[in-house]
Design a protein around this ligand. Structure first.
Ligand code: NAP
Length: 327
């Protein structure tokens, strides 16, 4: 039985698939397959280990009747139409938890880099512009003692909050519902509706999944509510922010800056107006990219795929129960 992997992934993932006895076809390109290429490549395969660059929707599924499992090497699954998969009895799996700490670390890398203008200052050194110690050079914003607003206090949001305690910050958060009291107390996090969180936070960091409700959650109205000189950090999904509105807020210098690991569109073209805004750091969707974490993600995605194909409950599936209730 053949399974496909839509890009070269850490070796551990491939080993798990091969040891389970599957014929493994790996997409040879460094860029993702197009829709047509994906369908052609996946013909006859029973399982697909996919990345967030592959869109799996009803049309793709209908072209691939042999496909039984889609295992995404990501915690986000906005690239997969889960309802369409469930309707066709296709199991969908993801890789939560294994990337939480690494993604939270990177969120902090962006918070500190934007607040203290690290990339801009380092670039000046590379250009030979370091002439002396300047009393007014590269003045930034203090992180210690600031108010951190976390939008989505789930796994990653909580890991970001844990790190904030070392900076003596006040933590406010918003979510679909309040977290249990023990979590609020442990993290010293106060629930606020989004609008209030925006007016109170010096740094707003986004950790919600991309869903119809969170698409453009942060638009012109929300950016206008943010404190003058606040920072916006996004390591969730690009489309949670209205990019045009963000460009306008940065150009007007209403925001101090933005740290974006995810953008809309993605990849961001080099001539995009966002890259000409002051104090913006854009990274190419690398928040989970540590050697150990990517290996764990690949391993878990492969374990999910193997278990589901064997008819066993996978470690992390989104629709195992629904599919089996239907079946
Ligand atoms: P999670 O544990 O599910 O946390 C998401 C939180 O957002 C949950 O508390 C959820 O509430 C809340 N939420 C959902 N919809 C909301 C809404 N409309 N308004 C307010 N809050 C809402 O997920 P996670 O593991 O922390 O991951 C979060 C996201 O980060 C992923 O979905 C992914 O897109 C992104 N991510 C990006 C990278 C990267 O490389 N940049 C890496 C990892 C993850 P409920 O529990 O009630 O749904």
């Amino acid at each position: 039985m053949r399974v496909i992997v839509t890009r070269q992934i850490p070796e551990r993932g491939i080993e798990v698939l091969q040891q389970a006895g599957y014929e493994v076809s790996i997409w040879p390109g460094t860029l993702p397959p197009t829709r047509e290429e994906l369908v052609e490549f996946a013909k006859g395969a029973v399982g697909a280990l996919t990345l967030l660059t592959e869109r799996i929707d009803a049309e793709v599924l209908d072209s691939l009747p042999s496909l039984k499992v889609v295992s995404n090497m990501a915690v986000g699954f906005d690239n997969i139409d889960v309802e369409a998969c469930t309707a066709r009895g296709v199991i969908v799996c993801i890789t939560p938890d294994v990337l939480t700490e690494t993604t939270a670390d990177f969120t902090w890398a962006l918070i500190l880099s934007v607040a203290r203008r690290v990339c801009e200052a380092a670039a000046a050194v590379h250009k030979g512009q370091w002439r002396t110690w300047e009393p007014l050079g590269f003045l930034g914003r203090d992180v210690a003692g600031a108010t951190l607003g976390i939008v989505g206090l789930g796994r990653i949001g909580q890991a970001v909050a844990r790190r904030a305690s070392g900076f003596g910050m006040r933590i406010v958060y918003t979510d679909r519902a309040r977290q249990p009291r023990e979590i609020e107390e442990q993290l010293r996090a106060t629930f606020l509706p989004l609008d209030e969180l925006l007016t109170e936070s010096d740094i707003v960091t986004l950790h919600v999944p991309l869903t119809p409700e969170t698409r453009k959650l942060i638009g012109a109205r929300e950016l206008a509510r943010m404190k003058p000189g606040a920072l916006l950090i996004n390591t969730a999904r690009g489309a949670v922010v209205d990019t045009d509105a963000l460009v306008a807020a940065l150009r007007d210098r209403r925001l101090w800056g933005a740290g974006l690991d995810v953008t809309d569109p993605e990849p961001l073209p080099a001539d995009h107006p966002l890259l000409r805004c002051p104090n913006v750091i854009v990274t190419p969707h690398i928040a989970s990219a540590s050697e150990v974490t990517r290996a764990r993600m690949a391993e878990l995605a492969a374990q999910n795929l193997v278990a589901a194909l064997r008819g066993e409950r996978p470690p992390r599936s989104l629709n195992w129960d629904e599919v089996h209730r239907k079946g």
